[in-house]
Design a binder for this molecule. Structure first.
Ligand code: GTP
Length: 661
């Protein structure tokens, strides 16, 4: 179950990565293509715009030339009129007609002459009402009158023909240089050659040129309804035209009145200031580009799709070894495979990864088996120690216990795990243990003794608790070490016993003598039968020491004690009080004579030479005997015996004395 879910998630990752790679490649390819396309389009627009403007500049300069030529022609025609004919209205027509034929100036709609007052004096074409025309106030006339050699009018509707015309004028001066008349040649704009010629330059199929004055009056336009109207009189004048009227020259993209985007180019004529403009609808101008964009888009889309797919397949295939590695690791985790499958992998990074996994796992296995071995060793040691070793958690439950628990309480280590301490020991004993344990849980090391029945036998145990303090100070549990102290206690008892024996001679020491005398006096008082206390001292013992050395002195003391022990009854208690002083408690003494007999016997026993490492040594003893009296205490009896000894010494030693009360 677990395996199949993780396999699914790994497959999902592979799928996700492959998809991400595919999408990235797809998006990148598309983006690169589109941005390249957009750069190309911008470049192409610039080329088309520049081309339009260049073409327009050519057309403008052509028009300038044509207009300049007309102006020069009218000026030259005027200059060619002899002075005397300039106001000779009768002869001038014939002269002019001759000139016109000569000059080939048929394309003029008409040639007229005004006098200085603006009255029409001459018209080459016979027109009804011609004499009614007065040129005063017309820009071209006024300029010529002011002496300007050549002028051109703004487009006007001819009053004679009704055509839209422009008028070229030149002053006719008399000999004194005074303007006496003005010669004007009118040209029908729609019929004159130059507009038609530049019309041929129109961009594309749907583009066109148009011409307007610097004030915005349309002079030439494919839409005749707009002719001689102001550009603003039609709705939706484009921005470019507005800018051109403000002096702009060049090309720009703008929205036309019909809402379509066009490239507009504007150029001002040098001669008249008129504005020659070209409109090139983008739909046509950029048609190849739009086709190219479509093609590129579909091409790039296809390419991106193909690269995306390729990336998808590649990533999928590249990730396959990773999945194999992951499957191997999963198989190892679930103990289905040996780790060696990771070692002999591919020669690439994934193979490296596998080998690294293998090394890690081998290391882990080694560490694991090392740990298991050390745990086993530790378990063996603890199990074979005759002590209880355990670990308790904060809930007073055993987490670990050695085999000794089984030996002492019949609870196997596995059973012990998790068992509350109160269950093992019983509530009564647990209550005794808890205060000590609590101290350990508070972070202190604790040792205490407790009496517990082990296998039915009462035992004295010593428990030591060591807190398991974590780095943060928290006590996670308590290690417990419990010894059986019963034997030690017994030894202690023996030691205590030993402390009542004189180590040099092996007979009772002063302490045991005190106890024995106490009990003997009790018994004597209960039975009413007296006891005797003999107090002995080796005569001149100092001399023996001084003569033969302390070691020999000791040998004498040992032999002295032995003779004393064999010389009295088994129930009598001989004891060494200190140095060379001995006592014997003689119980159930019949009376003074018996006491004297025993004292004499002891004195006699000590007279025999002592066999020592320094050879035979002669010694003797003095004995003081005191018989107990009712209600007499130990001290009094001892003092009495001591007095008797003093007396015996006083009598010359090597004898006895009996205390006389
Ligand atoms: N070798 C040996 N000498 C001891 C021991 N304890 C005490 N002595 C010596 O025993 C001597 C006891 O001397 P005293 O009892 O004062 O005198 P004394 O020489 O016995 O003379 P009197 O008692 O007057 O007969 C001292 O020299 C102590 O140093 C012992 O355990 N071993």
């Amino acid at each position: 179950m677990v395996i199949s879910r993780s396999r699914l998630s790994s497959a999902n990752l592979k799928l996700r990565l492959a998809c991400v790679a595919a999408v990235l490649v797809f998006a990148t390819t598309l983006l690169v293509t589109l941005s390249t396309l957009s750069v190309a389009e911008r470049g192409m627009k610039a080329v088309i715009g520049d081309q339009q403007y260049t073409m327009l500049s050519g057309a403008a300069s052509f028009m300038d030339d044509r207009i300049g030529a007309r102006m020069a022609q009218v000026e030259a025609l005027g200059a060619g009129i002899p002075l005397e004919l300039r106001t000779d209205w009768a002869r001038l027509p014939a002269f002019l007609k001759g000139q016109v034929r000569l000059w080939g100036a048929e394309e003029y709609l008409n040639l007229v002459v005004f006098d200085a007052e603006g009255e029409l004096k001459l018209s080459l074409r016979e027109l009804p009402g011609a004499q009614l025309i007065n040129a005063r106030g017309y820009d071209h006339f006024e300029a010529a009158l002011a002496g300007k050699g050549r002028t051109i009018s703004r487009p006007i509707r001819s009053r004679l023909t009704g055509h839209h015309i422009v008028v070229f004028s030149t002053p006719l001066k008399d000999a004194a240089g005074k303007v006496v008349a003005v010669l004007s040649g009118s040209v029908d704009l729609r019929r004159s050659g130059f507009l038609r010629q530049i019309g041929a330059l129109k961009p594309g199929r749907t583009g066109y040129l148009f011409l307007m004055t610097d004030e915005g009056v349309v002079i030439d336009h494919p839409d005749e309804s707009r002719l001689f109207q102001h550009v603003s009189s039609f709705p939706g004048m484009n921005q470019g035209t507005e800018q051109a009227l403000a002096g702009f020259e060049g090309w720009l993209e703008a929205r036309s009145e019909d809402g379509s985007e066009s490239i507009y180019a504007y150029k001002h004529l040098r001669s008249t200031g008129w504005i020659l403009a070209a409109r090139y609808p983008q739909a046509e101008a950029f048609a190849p580009m739009i086709t190219m964009r479509h093609n590129a888009f579909f091409g790039a889309g296809g390419l991106a799709l193909a690269s995306g797919l390729l990336a998808w397949v590649l990533v999928f295939r590249l990730l396959a070894p990773l999945q194999a590695l992951r499957d191997n690791v999963a198989a190892i985790r679930h103990d289905r495979a040996e780790i060696d499958v990771l070692r002999d992998g591919r020669k690439d990074e994934i193979g490296e990864l596998g080998r690294a996994f293998h090394a890690l796992m081998a290391e882990r296995e080694r560490a694991e088996s090392g740990r298991a071995a050390s745990e086993k060793r530790l378990r063996m040691i603890t199990d074979n120690l005759p002590v209880l070793i355990s670990y308790m958690d904060r809930e007073h439950r055993f987490q670990f216990g050695n085999a000794t628990y089984e030996k002492w309480f019949g609870v196997a280590p596995a059973q012990l795990e998790g068992m509350p301490i109160s269950q093992l020991l019983g509530d009564g004993i647990a209550a005794e243990v808890f205060p000590h344990l609590e101290q350990a849980f508070a972070g202190h090391g604790v040792t205490h003794e407790i009496r517990i029945p082990v296998r039915g036998e009462p035992r004295i145990l010593q428990a030591t608790y060591i807190p398991d303090v974590q780095p943060d100070g928290f006590v996670a549990g308590v290690y417990s070490l419990v010894h059986d102290m019963t034997h030690v206690k017994e030894v202690e008892e023996q030691l205590l016993q030993l402390a009542r024996i004189d180590t040099l001679t092996g007979i009772a020491n002063r302490r045991m003598f005190g106890e024995a005398l106490h009990h003997a006096l009790d018994r004597s008082q209960r039975s009413g039968r007296p006891l005797a206390l003999a107090y002995l001292d080796i005569d001149h013992f100092k001399r023996i020491n001084d003569t033969h050395g302390h070691g020999v002195g000791d040998e004498v003391l040992k032999e002295f004690a032995r003779r004393l022990t064999v010389g009295v009854r088994a129930t009598d208690t001989p004891a060494r009080l200190s140095g060379d002083e001995f006592v014997v408690i003689l119980e159930e003494i019949g009376g003074r004579p018996e006491a004297e007999r025993i004292a004499a016997k002891i004195v006699e026993a000590m007279r025999a030479p002592f066999r020592t490492s320094a050879g035979l040594v002669q010694a003797s003893t003095s004995v003081g005997v005191a018989l107990s009296t009712p209600r007499q205490d130990q001290e009094q009896l001892l003092a009495a015996a001591d007095t008797a000894l003093y007396a015996a010494k006083g009598k010359g030693r090597d004898g006895y004395a009996v205390f006389e009360g």
